[in-house]
Design a protein around this ligand. Sequence first.
Ligand SMILES: Cc1cc2nc3c(=O)[nH]c(=O)nc-3n(C[C@H](O)[C@H](O)[C@H](O)COP(=O)(O)OP(=O)(O)OC[C@H]3O[C@@H](n4cnc5c(N)ncnc54)[C@H](O)[C@@H]3O)c2cc1C
Length: 144
Amino acid sequence: MIVLFKVASGATGLAQRCLDEATKYSLERKTFGVPIAMHQAVSFMLADMEIGVQNSRAAWMRAAWEVDQNGPRKTFLSSIAKCYAADFANKAAADAVQIFGGNGYNSEYPVEKLMRDAKVFQIYEGTSQIQRLIIARNLIQDAK
Ligand SMILES: Cc1cc2nc3c(=O)[nH]c(=O)nc-3n(C[C@H](O)[C@H](O)[C@H](O)COP(=O)(O)OP(=O)(O)OC[C@H]3O[C@@H](n4cnc5c(N)ncnc54)[C@H](O)[C@@H]3O)c2cc1C
């Protein structure tokens, strides 16, 4: 469980970096005479990143608290945190690449590496599918 919320905190850090890089770039890069951050479609991606970062952080902190208390939901909450933060890090990285446009695909800019690095969070320490299995089993057990 400890490893799971630690992995979730790492994924959250990656998502935060995606947001930081994308925000900075979107204020520098101009199209149609304005920074691309002023285009609503781009600003909504930034807003979604902030929402996901905050949710990921809240999820792993909640799981960490439960583990610290040796609470009965420590496995359930750790799986939720790991699964959510890992999946969200991949969305954040994909959106960051999108905001960088062609430059996002280029290794001179940081976000293509963030997208490669994000993937492993859905694989190691239990894939996202296995986390969902654990979450579903806990739900079913509780409902019985
Ligand atoms: C960079 C990296 C570092 C790693 N470090 C370690 C380490 O330090 N120690 C260690 O022990 N392992 C480590 N691993 C291994 C990692 O834990 C496994 O890769 C991971 O658990 C997935 O197992 P697998 O690769 O055998 O995939 P498989 O088990 O073959 O899974 C393949 C796919 O099938 C899905 N799947 C499998 N079974 C089910 C099921 N029952 N229901 C639904 N979907 C399912 C999986 O989610 C996945 O999408 C590392 C892996 C990587 C990439």
